[in-house]
Write a protein that binds this ligand. Structure first.
Ligand code: DNO
Length: 362
């Protein structure tokens, strides 16, 4: 396993690369070119510039999260072929700088959804929160978009691109006629076009699950559980068609057994990227993000790391969202401190699992 850390670029991240380099056990950076509109080709010089910048700090650029998918591809709209062609050109440019793994998602309109970006917790920290009662009452999602933008500390939000969110009303209209089968067929069309190029370029595609893993605002969702993942892997039967197994997203549903999913899809060699974090499920269906520690949330991080170890996972891993602690001024969910604590904890679990195994043998 290669431990990585997500970084949003010098202009839009509060964390300098030099600080990331000082995290014990760090194996590289996860990043993206953020200011090319979704659907357009990432120019070669921008991709190369990103690589040089990251390497200049002594770190490697390991994973791209995300090359986002244009809504016309998800909607199977007539312009999709042009956007797919552009996607393939971007992959080619990424292959030229040695990228081996690309994360993306196929969530209609919204990427991850929360109601609070800095919800105060009892210990004086804050964390991202999903209040089910609030979401269930929203009749106009563009209000939520405005609230998220206001509450983001002035940072842009990943996956909440302005060009998409300025069209929320229109997009909701367009999705009225798309059900899960239609969305899955659109994903199949996309993967059938893209995966042969991934095989040629040696880039593994790693789809991120829906966050949260259920329908919101009546929009279809197709990466919610084990069955969905099995279906999407069948859409293009190639090791290059794989997943980003996000424990916090999938683990928001008590029906998802994360270690079992890791064992199943990890053994099949289809997990290319692991997002590891905890989440506290509440009785009313709301969710609070927590520290990574098992005892703070609903997920057992030891069981998760053990499952990765047992399947011989050799892909990329990163700690996922952290709380906002020690008054850090940072992007929601993506501060340095709590994610660095997360890495230290995950590396500690990993070392203990490996050494425990050796002593069992003796
Ligand atoms: C949020 C992230 C997502 C993720 C995308 C992948 O913090 O987990 O925005 O990067 O869904 O495409």
């Amino acid at each position: 396993m290669k431990m990585t850390f997500r970084w949003y670029g010098a202009k839009d991240d509060s964390i300098p690369l030099q600080y990331i380099r000082q995290i014990p056990g760090i194996g590289g950076v996860v990043s993206a070119v953020y200011d090319v509109p979704v659907g357009e080709v990432w120019p070669r010089e921008r991709v190369r510039g990103l690589k040089n910048e990251v390497e200049g700090s002594g770190l490697g650029l390991e994973v791209i999260e995300s090359v986002n998918v244009h809504e016309d591809i998800k909607l199977a709209a007539p312009a999709r072929d042009r956007y797919i062609e552009n996607y393939i050109k971007t992959l080619k440019n990424l292959a030229e700088i040695g990228i081996k793994c690309v994360c993306y998602n196929f969530m209609p309109v919204f990427d991850w959804t929360r109601t609070d970006l800095f919800k105060p917790l009892k210990d004086g920290s804050s964390a991202m929160f999903y209040d089910k009662r609030v979401i269930d009452k929203i009749t106009d999602p563009s209000k939520m978009v405005r609230a998220m933008r206001r509450g983001s500390n002035g940072f842009s939000l990943p996956g909440w691109e302005p060009e998409r969110l300025n069209r929320v009303g229109e997009l909701f209209q367009a999705y009225q006629t798309v059900d899960e089968e239609g969305l899955r067929a659109a994903l199949g069309y996309f993967l059938k076009a893209v995966i042969p190029y991934c095989e040629r370029y040696d880039i593994k595609m790693a789809i991120h699950p829906d966050d949260p893993p259920w329908r919101i605002f009546g929009l279809p969702r197709i990466v919610k559980d084990e069955r969905d993942i099995a279906l999407l892997l069948e859409l293009a039967d190639s090791p290059y068609n794989g997943v980003t197994l996000c424990s916090g997203s999938l683990g928001a549903s008590p029906a998802n057994d994360i270690p079992a999913m890791i064992r199943k899809f990890g053994k099949a060699g289809r997990i290319h990227f692991a997002h590891v974090r905890n989440v506290l499920r509440q009785d009313d269906g709301s969710l609070c993000e927590t520290s990574h520690l098992s005892s703070d949330g609903s997920l057992d991080l030891y069981d998760i790391m053990k499952a990765y170890h047992d399947v011989g996972f050799d892909g990329y891993m990163r700690p996922d969202h952290g709380r906002n602690i020690w008054d850090e001024k940072c992007r929601p969910g993506y501060g340095l401190y709590d994610r660095a604590l997360g890495i230290a904890y995950l590396n500690g679990l990993d070392e203990a699992i490996k050494k425990g195994e050796k002593s069992d043998v003796i």
